[in-house]
Design a protein around this ligand. Structure first.
Ligand SMILES: *[C@@H]1O[C@H](CO)[C@@H](O)[C@H](O)[C@H]1NC(C)=O
Ligand SMILES: *[C@@H]1O[C@H](CO)[C@@H](O)[C@H](O)[C@H]1NC(C)=O
Ligand SMILES: *[C@@H]1O[C@H](CO)[C@@H](O)[C@H](O)[C@H]1NC(C)=O
Ligand SMILES: *[C@@H]1O[C@H](CO)[C@@H](O)[C@H](O)[C@H]1NC(C)=O
Ligand SMILES: *[C@@H]1O[C@H](CO)[C@@H](O)[C@H](O)[C@H]1NC(C)=O
Length: 670
């Protein structure tokens, strides 16, 4: 069908893409640098309590600290610099309140420290000869505390974006725009206060933002500096990231307390930073002269507010633990930890809202592990014990195509489930509604095979049979290496246990629901196979199982009609273009139809599905009498009456352009 040149081109393209996808984006977080292995030079050192001290009280010196390994900055497909984000907390403590050393710069450079560079106004970055030279390939964000007219500095307290030299491309006086009224607030860089800097670069928009704020202020929405600039010609493929600082003739200590960096997404949040050394020892004697009564008043009021704080905090972090849970100790997370991890379940950390609740991203305070926390509300306590037992047992499931459940936490009316964080979100984002990024055939086929093997593990390879009950593209998450991982297993059970055992409640998603399951309310492994069939079709066709606006609303019928006309490949996702392997695509589409069979017994088992996908056995011919258009249609028609009764009305969204099948569905009783 296609010529060989085309295939070999495709091969090169695919191998490039696979190579790119396989290398995980670098990300690191240092809340203090005690255990950090930074490359230091000059007078930089790490103090016993974990502060990065770039300069000490020595004049005319420089200090460097770099992340030890190079960071890959470029997307190998198009040579564009990728997006990145970094944040750090710093403090400058000077001998004099109005005079200081030269400041700190965050640096992206080809080497961890260049020989021949100068301290003082050169910030340990450049010297007279190479300042401004485009071959430097240096990007720096300077926190400059001395005005140097030779570099056209605007004042002695500014933030600047420097490219290859000390004359800033753009700079602004230190400060920030308050979120509540947009007003500008000045900041004093040398005041010894802790301040935080965020540097965000968008590789698509080609824009770099720098934001500054005092440590106790959340990242302001409006950046201090925003510069449209393509970093691709400046940044090499691999670069080092770190800090540079220098002193002049005034003694000053430049400290960095914490630092995080991440390619392609927001830098992780910093917390629990080390303490700065005490300053202002002279003030203590003054305090004594103020007198005892004053001190007592202060102490009492501190004690009262501490007590109020403790009570409030206790209430805020209250959780529900019952005796029977004590056995599950290691699987239980502290609410406080989850609260801190997700920054108080801030909307900013919201990853999505699923069928069972809201999911937040978080970073565990001590281990720094990235997690996803799902908040499931549950009114009834009934069945909670069984459910938690099940969660704990599910927590032991380990498979490379399943999202690991790390544990849980319980509060009044709320269950929190803690999962591994999946950086590439869910598969549906790459398939439906004109996605910005689509997956090529190879990636899709790999995801399908992975999810099939994950389901097989749940059905047959673990100590007990686990029926997933909600297999669909939005429940398949992509990890850092773009492996498909099935999430949310077992959650459907919560709703079973939680309701009156006399009534069976159908859980799942319309369009993926096995008609048999709808009829009798029993979920079996074949229920999952049915949903997996719908999943195969949606991945191959880039369409949801039910597309109300489409001419043929039910995907399975739509694919079936193509098959009937002998042109099943034409049902494929147009986004695939010519990039697909016809044999595999045909297999996936036909297997999708086979799994959608209305009779559970006629569907293959997950073991067979895996064997078909791996090419170990051949798919039977589809022309068998068990499968014909009417049988498929009947399957959906038959199921509908029950569906209408057991589903909340919100699930029965009216279709705007009903086709004949959708018509049949809506008129129900036919
Ligand atoms: C500053 O650090 C350097 C190198 O660690 C050291 O040699 C020097 O004595 C220090 N100076 C002061 C004043 O602590
Ligand atoms: C620290 O980094 C250096 C340079 O990359 C490396 O040689 C060394 O093994 C690292 N040490 C530790 C403890 O990671
Ligand atoms: C300036 O720095 C460059 C780069 O490290 C170095 O090659 C050059 O020798 C330095 N020039 C002087 C005058 O030190
Ligand atoms: C930079 O700031 C502008 C203005 O607030 C914003 O629209 C843009 O998304 C920001 N870009 C990055 C990379 O943060
Ligand atoms: C890479 O940069 C070029 C030129 O600026 C742009 O046209 C292209 O869309 C970029 N590609 C991506 C994937 O951002």
């Amino acid at each position: 069908m296609q010529n060989i040149a085309m295939f070999s081109k495709l091969g090169v393209f695919l191998s490039l893409l696979v190579g790119f996808v396989a290398s995980e984006d670098i990300s690191f977080t240092f809340n203090g640098f005690r255990s950090a292995n930074l490359s230091l030079d000059g007078i930089a050192e790490i103090t016993a309590n974990g502060l990065l001290k770039l300069t000490n009280d020595t004049k005319q010196q420089k200090g460097h600290a770099f992340y030890p390994n190079p960071v890959r900055f470029k997307n190998s497909l198009n040579g564009n610099s990728s997006s990145f984000s970094t944040t750090f907390v710093f403090s400058i403590i000077s001998q004099y309140p109005t005079l200081s050393g030269h400041g700190i710069a965050f640096v992206i450079a080809p080497a961890k420290g260049t020989p021949g560079v100068l301290p003082s106004q050169y910030l340990g970055l450049f010297n007279e000869t190479n300042n401004g030279d485009y071959t430097n390939h240096v990007v720096a964000i300077e926190l400059d505390t001395i005005q140097n007219t030779e570099f056209a500095d605007i004042n002695d307290n500014h933030v600047g974006i420097d490219i290859n030299g000390l004359k800033s491309e753009k700079s602004a006086p230190a400060g920030y725009f308050a979120d509540y009224n947009g007003g500008f607030k000045n900041m004093n860089l040398i005041g010894g206060h802790q301040m935080q800097v965020w540097v965000d670069y968008d590789g698509v928009e080609k824009q770099i933002n720098v934001t500054l704020a005092p440590i106790n202020v959340d990242k302001p929405k409006i950046p201090l500096l925003s510069l449209s600039l393509d970093l691709s010609p400046i940044i090499n493929d691999n670069m080092y990231v770190g800090f540079s600082s220098s002193t002049g003739s005034v003694l000053s200590n430049h400290y960095v307390l914490g630092w995080s960096f991440k390619m392609n997404r927001q830098a992780p949040v910093l917390s629990q930073l080390p303490q700065l050394p005490r300053t202002g020892g002279k003030k203590r004697s003054k305090l004594l002269t103020i007198g005892l009564p004053m001190m007592i008043v202060t102490l009492v009021s501190v004690a009262i507010s501490a007590a109020v704080y403790v009570v409030k905090r206790k209430w805020k972090f209250a959780e529900l633990v019952e005796d029977w849970e004590l056995d599950y100790g290691p699987h239980r997370f502290k609410y406080k930890d989850l609260y801190i991890a997700t920054k108080g379940f801030k909307d900013k950390e919201l990853l999505g809202v699923g069928g069972f609740g809201r999911v937040y991203r978080g970073v565990l305070p001590t281990s720094k592990i990235e997690i996803a926390v799902k908040k499931v509300s549950h009114e009834s306590r009934q069945g909670m014990r069984e459910f938690v037992a099940e969660i704990v047992s599910i927590g032991r499931l380990r498979h490379k195509n399943l999202v690991s459940l790390l544990g849980y936490c319980r509060r009044n009316g709320e269950l929190l489930l803690v999962y591994d964080y999946m950086p590439n979100r869910s598969l549906d984002k790459y398939l439906f509604d004109q996605p910005k990024i689509t997956l090529n055939w190879n990636e899709r086929f790999r995801v399908l095979k992975g999810v099939a093997s994950g389901l097989l593990y749940l059905h047959e390879e673990w100590e007990q049979v686990v029926v997933h009950r909600d297999v669909k593209a939005s429940n398949v998450l992509l990890d850092g290496a773009m492996n498909g991982r099935l999430g949310d297993f077992g959650l459907a059970r919560l709703y079973d246990h939680g309701t009156d055992p006399q009534t069976t409640h159908v859980v799942g998603t319309f369009g993926y629901l096995d008609p048999e399951h709808i009829r009798n309310g029993k979920a079996t492994t074949r229920t999952d196979v049915f949903a997996f069939g719908a999943f195969l079709l949606e991945v191959a066709c880039g369409r949801r199982p039910i597309e109300p606006r489409a001419e043929n609303a039910l995907l399975v019928n739509w694919v079936f009609s193509y098959w009937n006309r002998g042109e099943i490949l034409e049902a494929r996702d147009p986004n695939l273009g010519a990039d697909y392997v016809a044999k595999e695509l045909e297999l996936v589409l036909k297997l999708g139809l086979l799994c959608s069979h209305s009779k559970p017994a006629a569907r293959p088992s997950m073991r067979q599905v895996v064997q078909y996908l791996e090419g170990d056995i051949c798919l039977p011919e589809l022309s068998s009498p068990g499968l014909c258009a009417s049988s498929l249609t009947f399957a959906h028609k038959g199921g509908f009456t029950d569906l209408a009764m057991s589903y909340p009305s919100s699930m029965n969204k009216p279709f705007s352009h009903p086709s004949s099948v959708a018509d049949a569905l809506l008129s129900g009783g036919r």
